[in-house]
Design a protein around this ligand. Sequence first.
Ligand code: HEC
Length: 104
Amino acid sequence: MQRLLYPLAVSVLAVAVQAQDTPEKLAADAGCGACHHAEEPRMGPSWQAIAERYKDQEGAAAELQEKMRTVSKGAWGEAPMPPVTPDQLTDDQLSSVIDWILNR
Ligand code: HEC
């Protein structure tokens, strides 16, 4: 029985993962692109610059996630970044977007 169930569980999981939006789409839908571009600075730093700044910092993803829920200010310049609300992105979605930014 277990032999049968395991592949079944794996394929159900695979379908569930595919059905989720990609982090790129989540970020686009949440409006991050209004202030962030992949390579060029806009009102906010580019995803590239963020990835470079934090690439060797342990715990950066968790730290950024916490910051995104409040106001981020002074890390890059004078312009503050408004908080990302759970309506825009759930914790899991925000976490996948941050991983996507940091691992480019
Ligand atoms: C209204 C403009 C605006 C929007 C919309 C916006 N950002 Fe930002 N973001 C900024 C600014 C400005 C900064 C720099 C803040 C600072 O200097 O601390 C920033 C910084 C960041 C940082 C780096 C923070 C740090 O402390 O180094 C991350 C990560 C980030 N944004 C992710 C996102 C994500 C994900 C979204 C979409 C859910 C988003 N931003 C939407 C303006 C924006």
